[in-house]
Every structure is written in structure tokens, then in C-alpha cells.
Design a protein around this ligand. Structure first.
Ligand code: SF4
Length: 101
């Protein structure tokens, strides 16, 4: 996997494996926080405890790419996990169900 420098984030950035070095796929914490805030404006959100539980499941999931993206749905998990209506699309069984914690 190739990498490229990006002064915008001040760290080495990982490139999308399908797009050569043209497209950086990492998202800064501040930008992610902004995206979560925007998504949360008009939709019900989960409590912090449930949010952390979901993200913990994502962190251990083989489907998590670049630390942010679910390979099964293409969503940013930090945004998806925040919304009450969201489900985990892991094949055959949600990794967010309480039995997997
Ligand atoms: S499959 Fe579920 S647990 Fe895995 S990264 Fe996607 S949302 Fe997270």
C-alpha cells in the first residue's frame, strides 16, 4: 500500500488502495468530529456508553479499514455508530449486538 505526505493533516497519509496516490483516505480527528456533529443534527443519537461499545466492536473487526471505514457498507464507523438507526452490516450477525461485547 502506498503512502503520500499531506501537510493538511501534518502526518503521513494512507492512500486508497484502488486509487494510487491521488486520493488520501485518512480523516483527521477534527474533521471526523465535524462529520459526526453534522450527522447528529437531524437524527437521534445513541448515548456515549453505547457509542463507545459500538466503536470498540469496530476496532476489533476485520472489516475496519484505515481506522475509519467499514468495508461492508463503506460508511465512516465513527458516524454510523453514533446514529440510533444504524446497524452493523457484518455478514451473518451484527458485531454490535450485546452478545458480542
Ligand atoms: S462490520 Fe460492523 S463492526 Fe465491522 S467495521 Fe463495519 S460496522 Fe464496524
Amino acid at each position: 500500500m502506498s503512502t503520500s505526505d499531506s501537510s493538511q493533516f501534518g502526518t503521513k497519509q494512507e492512500s486508497c488502495k484502488g486509487c494510487s496516490d491521488q486520493h488520501v483516505v485518512n480523516i483527521s480527528e477534527s474533521k471526523m468530529a465535524r462529520l459526526v456533529e453534522i450527522a447528529s443534527r437531524s437524527r437521534p443519537v445513541v448515548q456515549d456508553e453505547e457509542y463507545e461499545r459500538r466503536l470498540s466492536s469496530c476496532a476489533d473487526c476485520p472489516g475496519l479499514q484505515y481506522g475509519t471505514t467499514c468495508r461492508y457498507c463503506g460508511c465512516l464507523v465513527q458516524v454510523r455508530a453514533k446514529l440510533v438507526e444504524s446497524i452493523c452490516p457484518f455478514p451473518y450477525e451484527s458485531r454490535w449486538s450485546s452478545s458480542n461485547v
